[in-house]
Structures are given as structure tokens and as C-alpha cells.
Write a protein that binds this ligand. Structure first.
Ligand code: NAD
Length: 475
């Protein structure tokens, strides 16, 4: 459902509200969908993704100027299909009521928790992995038996239009719908009285969404960003670390929420690590400008923000190691860039970078490195490179993050068995797999009284038996 009339926001908001009302009525009147009905919805989603995989990759590449089609397949299409497969297989088990213990005082009786659909789920998604970040929450919402409305980003118009038409072709309007538009649409969308709202995007917009949802007492999951650190311990191979860090940082040209934002490295190894990362980028991306495997920056505004940060660091005396070639900026790209000596003030150490620029920060002691991380908001991801598990556990004990990959980058997000989410400023709540199913379910408490209700039989009027029981239970 596109903006009914983009020049008339009230009309667009009314159309959105009407679409919501259709889903809301269906969720209240339709009862709880069976496991088979949920699997059918997941199957239709799988079909949609499979049949349109190439068209999605083309649309996303058009939106980015260049986006590696292989990256779209590996990092968006396949994770979405894998989430569908996992949910499809597990959904009957997840739906089974869980038997819980009943205290002796309340016997004979039985107790269960049953996970039931919440109703209508709102999903607002960003531009950086537009398919995966719209459809992966949808998988969990459908597995949990809900209906859903999606609001993808206005910065990926080709993708969003394709998502809208393909969803409309596969799903009834009372099952899943897509609303397209920008900030104003987002504001109206987050003001709808959903049964749950999942937002993926920046921390600043997340605050606005949280406020809008609070007005309707809508519970939220906020999947936000932040500065995710990587820390190298002194025993670990520089080459291995460089390969993992370059991989995690430069896929999608650094526009990845869990990309390593900066690297902490023992001072004596800082220069060697910077050079090894640069060498790795030259190997992974022999050219930049004309290379279909190296992504562009999403918009000119975003590109200028990043090139401005590089220039500011250079002006402040930082050393810049850049892998660029002729035509890089004309192609809407920024080559992999490593910065040594980034100024303490400024974008590179002050904000989430969200682009292909990597500050390397030398440390003299582990305490100093940890203090650097603790001085910042709790990050979405944390990466630690060491051959000693004791280093890993010491770091995990002191620095909290949404998720962690040890001796690698990014891979924790791909594990269906692990929850994905932030903590503190990097987010509220987690989803993926069973945690996603539970996120979009109401855990309903059910208690069934047995042949006699002993508690009730004691009174009132409360007599000697009740007084005796009270005495016994307070001993
Ligand atoms: P953004 O916050 O600018 O936009 C996200 C979505 O919110 C878009 O669909 C946008 O149209 C909508 N929106 C904008 N203003 C709104 C408002 N006032 N009310 C409601 N909706 C509004 O984020 P972005 O630039 O698209 O994405 C980049 C950010 O997302 C980065 O900070 C990144 O770390 C974060 N991110 C987080 C995850 C995660 O899983 N935690 C994943 C990807 C990106």
C-alpha cells in the first residue's frame, strides 16, 4: 500500500489506518492459527523470496548504485530462507503448551504456559540490508501466528516497491501488507496501536518510535546501532585478525549494524595491523570504482558525511591508509579506509561510523582498552581476537554488548539458535529463532484446578484450618 497521495499526508495516514483496521479485525475474529496455517504463510514467504531473488538483488543494487549481488544472496536472501526453514521445522514444538510445576499448597491442579499470537505486528526497517531486516522479523511474527504490516526505508525505493507488489501478490491484505514512504509515513505508522512494534534503525529515530508507541502502550523491540568494538590481544595472529576484521568491516562498504566500528590493538602492533587490513582489502577488492563486488554508499548525503570525517581526521594529523582508484567517488563509493590517530573529538570516535572507515586505536594495557569501551554506550556487537579463552572470558565479564563473535566477525547474527538484539543504547529486546517466536507471542498462564480446590475449601469464613495452614506456611 503506497502513500495514497504523497502530497496529502492525512489521506495516506487514513489509508494506513484502514489497512491496520482490516488486520486488527482479522486478528481478533480469526482465532489462533494452527501450525499448518503458519507453515503455509512461511511457505508463501519462501516462494516469494526464491522466485524474486534475482529481482531483489537487482533492485537493491540499483538503490545502492552498486551492491554486490553475491552479498545480497549470501547476507540477505539465504539468511531469510534459513530463518524460514528453521521456523517451519520448529513451529509445532514452539507452540506446544509448556507444563509448569504446581506448588503442593495448590494441588491437585495443573499449570501450563501457552505462547499465543499477539495480533498485529508493525515492522519498521532500514535501508542497509533492506530485505533481511524487513523479512526476518516477519518470519518470526508469522511463526508466532500474527499478522504484520511492514514499513521499509524510503532510501531503497526500488526494493520497497518490489517488496510491496510481491507481498500483495502472495498475501491477503489481512495477513501481511507493506506501507511505503519516508519520515512522515514512519511517524504515522509508529502511532498505530499495534500489538507489538519492531523497529530497526538508528538510536535517534528509535527514541521517537519508542515515544510514539508509548502513547498507545504498544510494546516495542528496538534494534538499534552503536559503536561495536573489536579488540586484538597480543598473542593472536595479525593476518588472521586482519582477514576477519576486513571481512566484517568492508562487506556492504561498512554499512552493517554489527560491523566492527573501531579496533583496539596493542600499541606495538597497530601499524602492522593497519597495513595487514589494507593488504587484505586490496586482495578482496582488487578494484574499487568498477568492482561490482564492492558496494556504493547509499546516498550522496551519506557519502559526504563520511568523506568529511576522513578529511577532518586528516586535518587533525591522523594517518590515512586508503584503497581507492580513479572514479571511486564518481561511482558513489568510498574505498576501504584505515585511520591511525583519529582525533578524540569528531565523527570517527564520537558516532557510529556506518561506512568503510576503520579507526585503529593503540592501547598500552588491557585496562586502558577496556576503559575506552566502557566510556561509550553499550554496543550492539563485540569482537575479541585471542588464542587464550581466559582473555575472551575476562573481556566478556567486563564489557557488555548485544552479541559477540570470538575470533571472527559478524557470524553470531547468522546462528538461528542464538537471539539477536542490543542492550542499552544499542537496543531493547531480541528476536531470531525461538526468541523471535517468543518475542511476538503472549506467554499466557493457564492454571487448571483438579478434583478438589483445597485452598477455596479453607474459607472464608477463615477458621482453624486456615489459621493452621497460615502458621505452617509462614514458619
Ligand atoms: P533510520 O533510523 O534513519 O531509519 C529507519 C526507518 O525508520 C526507515 O524506514 C525510516 O523511514 C523510518 N523513520 C525515519 N524517521 C522516523 C520517525 N520519526 N518515526 C518512525 N519511523 C521513522 O535508520 P537508517 O539510516 O535506515 O539505518 C541505519 C541505522 O540502523 C544505523 O544506526 C544502524 O546501526 C541501524 N541498524 C541496526 C540494525 C540492528 O539489527 N540492530 C540493523 C541494521 C541497521
Amino acid at each position: 500500500m503506497a502513500d495514497a497521495n504523497p502530497r496529502d499526508p492525512s489521506l495516506a495516514a487514513a489509508a494506513m489506518r484502514a489497512a491496520f483496521d482490516v488486520q486488527h479485525a482479522a486478528s481478533r475474529n480469526g482465532g489462533i492459527p494452527s501450525a499448518a496455517a503458519r507453515r503455509d504463510r512461511l511457505d508463501r514467504l519462501k516462494q516469494l523470496v526464491l522466485v524474486n531473488a534475482d529481482a531483489f538483488a537487482d533492485a537493491i543494487s540499483a538503490d545502492f548504485g552498486t551492491r554486490s549481488r553475491t552479498e545480497t544472496k549470501l547476507l540477505e536472501i539465504i539468511p531469510t530462507l534459513s530463518a524460514i526453514k528453521h521456523a517451519r521445522k520448529a513451529v509445532s514444538r514452539w507452540m506446544k503448551p509448556e507444563r509448569r510445576r504446581v506448588e503442593a499448597t495448590f494441588q491437585p491442579a495443573k499449570a501450563w504456559v501457552r505462547h499465543e499470537p499477539l495480533g498485529v505486528i508493525g515492522i519498521i526497517s532500514p535501508w542497509n540490508y533492506p530485505l533481511q531486516l524487513a523479512l526476518s522479523p516477519l518470519v518470526d511474527a508469522l511463526a508466532a501466528g500474527n499478522r504484520a504490516m511492514l514499513k521499509p526505508s524510503e532510501l531503497t525505493p526500488a526494493f520497497s516497491a518490489l517488496l510491496e507488489s510481491t507481498i500483495a501478490a502472495q498475501f491477503a491484505a489481512d495477513e501481511v501488507t507493506v506501507v511505503t514512504g519516508g519520515t512522515e509515513t514512519g511517524k504515522a505508522f509508529s502511532s498505530l496501536p499495534f500489538d507489538h512494534l519492531l523497529f530497526t534503525g538508528s538510536t535517534a529515530v528509535g527514541r521517537e518510535v519508542y515515544k510514539a508507541a508509548a502513547a498507545n502502550l504498544v510494546p516495542v523491540t528496538l534494534e538499534l546501532g552503536g559503536k561495536s568494538p573489536a579488540m586484538l590481544f597480543d598473542d593472536y595472529s595479525i593476518e588472521k585478525a586482519a582477514r576477519s576484521i576486513a571481512f566484517g568491516k568492508f562487506v556492504n562498504a561498512g554499512q552493517t549494524c554489527i560491523a566492527p566500528d573501531y579496533v583496539l590493538v596493542p600499541r606495538a602492533k597497530a601499524q602492522a595491523l593497519a597495513e595487514a587490513i589494507l593488504a587484505q582489502t586490496r586482495h578482496s577488492y582488487p578494484q574499487v570504482a568498477g568492482n561490482a563486488d564492492y558496494s556504493g554508499v547509499i546516498s550522496e548525503r551519506h557519502r559526504l558525511r563520511l568523506t568529511g570525517a576522513i578529511e577532518a581526521a586528516r586535518d587533525a594529523g591522523a594517518t590515512i591508509l586508503a584503497h581507492e582508484d580513479e572514479g571511486t567517488s564518481a561511482a558513489g563509493k568510498i574505498g576501504p579506509t584505515i585511520v591511525l590517530g583519529a582525533p578524540a573529538e569528531g565523527l570517527l570516535l564520537g558516532e557510529e561510523i556506518f561506512g568503510p572507515i576503520l579507526p585503529i586505536i593503540p592501547y598500552d594495557s588491557e585496562d586502558e582498552a577496556i576503559a575506552f569501551m566502557l566510556a561509550r554506550e553499550r554496543p550492539l556487537a563485540l569482537y575479541a581476537f585471542s588464542d587464550r579463552s581466559s582473555d575472551h572470558w575476562r573481556l566478556l565479564d567486563r564489557v557488555i554488548s548485544g552479541g559477540v563473535t570470538l575470533n571472527g566477525t559478524l557470524m553470531h547474527i547468522a546462528q538461528e539458535s542464538l537471539p539477536f538484539g542490543g542492550v542499552g543504547a544499542s537496543g531493547i529486546g531480541a528476536y531470531h529463532g525461538e526468541e523471535g517466536f517468543k518475542r511476538f507471542s503472549h506467554a499466557r498462564a493457564i492454571h487448571k484446578i483438579g478434583a478438589v480446590n483445597v485452598f477455596e475449601r479453607m474459607g472464608p469464613p477463615w477458621g482453624k484450618t486456615a489459621a493452621f495452614v497460615a502458621r505452617m506456611l509462614t514458619r
